[in-house]
Design a protein around this ligand. Structure first.
Ligand SMILES: CC(C)(COP(=O)(O)OP(=O)(O)OC[C@H]1O[C@@H](n2cnc3c(N)ncnc32)[C@H](O)[C@@H]1OP(=O)(O)O)[C@@H](O)C(=O)NCCC(=O)NCCSC(=O)CCCC(=O)O
Ligand SMILES: Cc1cc2nc3c(=O)[nH]c(=O)nc-3n(C[C@H](O)[C@H](O)[C@H](O)COP(=O)(O)OP(=O)(O)OC[C@H]3O[C@@H](n4cnc5c(N)ncnc54)[C@H](O)[C@@H]3O)c2cc1C
Length: 671
């Protein structure tokens, strides 16, 4: 946080900070995952942000496309040197991809680094898909940035349906090489971040053929450019996919192969091998272990969603404390817009959702580590549950945070539309996360497969895994008795999820009994399956969020416990009101209880109001990371808007050359 002197701070923000009745630092510790994590984060921010302060002379958005790319590469090189030489010294290698380290990157890039996928997917895939010998060969080179990698799975024709990928890797035992080939236009690799102009290596997911037989998709490490000249190798055609809604400095690329050869050792062989003579050997105990990097990234995306939403909430809440508008009471001063209950309704759910996703994300991360530890011992039993869990949480967290970031922009009126508010860039970044690493609908349908099976197990009295254990009680199929206690609300959300899952299972059964194939019955039920999956996910977030708040505030000061519980209750009540129709269907809630719930919601908004600025201060974003004229700690909103406007290249001269070239001749009838 760049606090400056108190004298510089906007007087309204100053007053807000005096109103705050809880210890901000305690909340920061909870959000970061502990005091030690906060201290470490601050330490690495101090190192990295000193350098970031002077990294841009001209605002990124004022550069043309090529300049922006070159500038992003320059900054990526500076940043990766800092990570390699200084930050990892402090954190250790295990912090790669951790939220603390991740935050510092935002001080360097308003948009996305072309190196993001190198550390985000290339390195994790080497760790997850290579044998120890292969890791020893590739990992040091990748960590030292001697090679730069991308992750090329998606093709022009297929992204979701991995089994439908068309790129082939055909083994040639005569030379002990794989021949990579792109047989059609639609087989062109498309979208991989960092691939267009930056990467010299890339992980390619291709259909493996050996001894004339196809063994499905497998990952390969493929050198695509000469390390010295950076020219693409013969047989490789690579380039940029064109201008995008966001991610314009991420260097998303395309790639085609023409009978391009790589050594046998470049197949990533942890889960399956091809021997010298071409014999295919399956090593993995689970069919889908080659999808491991995607599961890892989906797990990290939940906290990424929380992080970006927290940024947007910080910007919009601080701005709403500074901004005054309208005159509801004649003769009185214009109120801060944060005093309008409708503004509180827009914004407090953003703070609560950022908490819910962050705490659920930390819990998911611990679950992921536990499953990984089991898998190292050869036990893959909990992988289906992790896949179901990470799929729906990735879908709902990215979708909610994208929608709420846009809501923050609306909450800032016209100024929210300025790029310098940083809300448009945040939105363009987060809305992509709803699609990449598995589209929203597709991932909810993956979870639905797990849920329908779990329902069948519940009906036949079998033991259920922890995240669906609630289905065992619901198998009785009676309406749950409504109560507006926290436990009561969570039980009702679970009853809604169970009721929806049961309805899907019954629909599929009904259709198959009347002669519809199972596949068609599934398709005909997908609208409700998506809804059931979302309801399950929402119930899970509510439960995990409340559980974590209770656990983490057990030893906190009373005021912190109160404010954290108010926010968590707000989250639950908000979703109860949003899903009234479902509650009427699956619980005993009635009109008078709904009215009571609405009142409770409005009371919570009023209770949270004095702490709103304190709560966003607790996210502890330094100005260098927020990049926002509207959200800086000192609230000098109007001064910053003017300062940024004056940096526009259109303000360099008072008359533009186009006036003399076009407008004047037009006026004179000479054009
Ligand atoms: C949709 C599916 C899951 C379908 O896969 P499939 O092989 O056709 O499987 P299916 O027949 O539907 O199901 C068969 C079975 O496989 C299971 N399964 C599927 N995925 C996993 C997994 N990861 N772990 C564990 N199990 C998995 C399913 O649950 C099914 O199990 P079941 O038969 O029901 O017991 C898959 O194709 C997929 O994951 N698609 C999404 C593609 C994706 O996420 N691409 C990411 C590209 S990289 C990227 O976007 C990077 C951006 C990052 C950035 O820029 O920062
Ligand atoms: C910014 C960005 C960065 C990316 N980076 C990478 C990268 O680094 N590497 C990489 O390999 N890929 C990358 N991708 C690709 C990304 O992973 C895919 O775009 C994503 O998985 C969605 O696949 P798709 O584009 O094929 O969408 P499609 O599957 O074609 O989806 C289109 C629509 O069809 C629906 N649909 C598809 N299948 C089904 C189904 N079975 N049932 C119901 N509905 C369905 C979807 O819900 C969606 O509404 C990136 C994408 C973006 C936008």
């Amino acid at each position: 946080m760049t606090k400056g002197t108190q004298a510089d701070v906007n007087p309204d923000l100053k007053k807000e900070r005096l109103k705050c009745n809880f210890n901000i630092q305690e909340v920061t510790f909870i959000i970061d995952g502990g005091k030690d994590k906060t201290l470490q984060r601050k330490k690495i921010e101090d190192v990295a942000l000193n350098i970031a302060a002077s990294i841009d002379e001209v605002p990124e958005e004022c550069l043309n496309l090529k300049e922006r790319y070159d500038n992003a590469v320059r900054k990526s090189c500076v940043y990766s040197n800092i990570v390699k030489n200084e930050l990892l010294e402090i954190t250790g290698l295990e912090a790669l991809g951790s939220p603390g380290l991740r935050r510092t990157a935002d001080a360097f890039f308003k948009d996305v680094s072309p190196f993001m996928l190198h550390l985000g997917m290339f390195v994790p895939t080497i760790i997850g898909q290579c044998t120890p010998e292969q890791q020893a060969h590739w990992l040091p080179k990748a960590l030292e940035m001697q090679i730069i990698g991308a992750y090329a799975q998606t093709e022009l024709g297929h992204g979701t349906f991995i089994r439908g990928l068309e790129t082939t890797a055909t083994y040639d035992p005569a030379t002990e090489e794989f021949v990579l080939h792109s047989p059609t236009l639609t087989s062109t690799k498309w979208w991989a971040g960092g691939l267009g102009n930056t990467a010299n290596h890339c992980i390619v997911v291709a259909q493996l053929y050996t001894k004339g037989q196809c063994h499905g998709t497998h990952p390969f490490i493929v050198p695509i450019r000469d390390l010295d000249t950076h020219e693409p190798f013969p047989g490789v055609k690579v380039g940029d996919v064109g201008i995008r809604m966001g991610f314009n400095t991420a260097d998303n690329g395309f790639l085609r192969f023409n009978q391009y050869r790589i050594p046998r050792e470049n197949m990533m062989m942890k889960n399956a091998k091809v021997m010298k003579d071409g014999t295919y050997v399956k090593v993995a105990r689970h069919e889908k272990l080659t999808y491991g990097t995607m599961v890892f990234v989906r797990v990290t995306l939940v906290m990424e969603a929380a992080f970006n939403l927290a940024k947007a909430a910080t910007i919009a809440v601080r701005y709403s404390a500074v901004r005054r508008q309208s005159q509801p009471k004649p003769g009185e001063p214009e109120p801060q817009i944060l005093d309008y209950p409708t503004q509180q309704h827009k914004l407090f759910i953003c703070i609560a959702t950022a908490h819910a996703l962050q705490l659920t994300g930390l819990w998911l991360w611990r679950t992921f580590e536990a499953v990984l530890a089991d898998m190292r011992k050869g036990d893959t039993d909990s992988l289906p549950e992790l896949h179901a869990l990470s799929s729906c949480l990735k879908a709902v967290s990215t979708s909610d945070s994208a929608a709420l970031i846009e809501q923050c922009r609306f909450a800032c009126g016209g100024h929210g539309y300025m790029l310098s508010s940083n809300l448009p860039l945040l939105y363009s970044f987060v809305t992509a996360t709803r699609t990449y690493e598995g589209d929203y609908t597709v991932l909810l349908l993956q979870t639905a497969r797990f849920l329908v099976k779990a329902w069948e197990q519940a009906e036949s009295g079998k033991v259920l895994t922890p995240t669906v254990a609630y289905l065992a009680c619901a198998a009785a199929k009676e309406k749950v008795v409504w109560s507006d206690s926290v436990d009561g609300m969570i039980r009702s959300f679970q009853a809604v999820a169970a009721g929806k899952i049961a309805a899907c299972a019954e629909n599929i059964k009904r259709l198959t009994k009347t002669g519809t194939s199972l596949e068609d019955a599934w398709q005909l039920s997908t609208v409700r399956l998506v809804a059931a999956s979302e309801a399950h996910c929402r119930a899970m977030i509510c439960q995990a969020y409340w559980h974590e708040v209770t656990r983490l505030t057990a030893s906190c000061s009373a005021s912190v416990k109160i404010v954290m519980e108010q926010l968590a209750t707000l989250y639950l009540v908000y979703w109860a009101l949003e899903t009234t129709g479902d509650l009427l269907r699956y619980s005993t809630i009635c009109e008078s209880e709904l009215n009571k719930l609405q009142l409770k919601y409005e009371e919570l908004l009023a209770l949270i109001r004095p702490n709103a600025v304190g709560l966003v201060d607790a996210f502890d974003f330094r100005d260098e990371i927020l990049h926002s004229t509207l959200g800086a700690y000192d609230g000098r909103v109007y001064e910053r808007l003017m300062e940024e406007a004056l940096k526009s290249p259109l303000n360099e001269t008072s008359v533009q050359s186009s006036f003399h070239k076009y407008i004047r001749p037009l006026a004179k009838g000479k054009l």
